[in-house]
Ligand binder design. Structure first.
Ligand code: SF4
Ligand SMILES: [Zn+2]
Length: 132
């Protein structure tokens, strides 16, 4: 098993999704919402379709590279908006539908998202600072 110094940079960054609590929570919400969206629109059997799998993989890579780390705001209030336009459209569609549904299907995740949305201001774009 290679250590971090031998892993490609992208793999090494993905480790932040487990190491940084705020990113771990966001990862859980993202996975839940994309799976729910895909079940209703593309694949009721429960497995994620290739397009949604591609979107989720992209979104998790962006999340892993989020420069705010533990101080991450909700993406809708971010000043950076790191998604490519085509993925931003998918993110909007998923959030628009799954956001309100989350209150009923997973109130704990919904409450956390609302909390961060109301309490965490989007910081200035971070430069040369500790990313955790
Ligand atoms: S949009 Fe902003 S908050 Fe969301 S992952 Fe990208 S940099 Fe982080
Ligand atoms: Zn899908």
């Amino acid at each position: 098993m290679p250590d971090d110094r031998q892993m490609p940079a992208a793999d090494s960054r993905l480790a932040r999704l487990d190491a940084v609590p705020r990113l771990r929570e966001e990862k859980e919400t993202l996975e839940y919402m994309v799976l729910s969206y895909c079940r209703r629109h593309h694949n009721p059997s429960g497995t994620v379709c290739p397009n949604c799998a591609d979107f989720l993989a992209y979104a998790l890579r962006r999340l892993a590279c989020c420069p705010y780390g533990q101080e991450k705001p909700v993406c809708a209030k971010c000043r950076i908006h790191c998604y490519k336009p085509q993925y931003k459209e998918v993110a909007r569609a998923v959030m628009r539908e799954e956001g309100p549904r989350l209150v009923l299907t997973h109130p704990v995740l919904a409450a956390k998202h609302l909390w961060y949305s109301c309490t965490v201001k989007a910081p200035e774009k971070p430069r040369n600072r500790n990313r955790n």
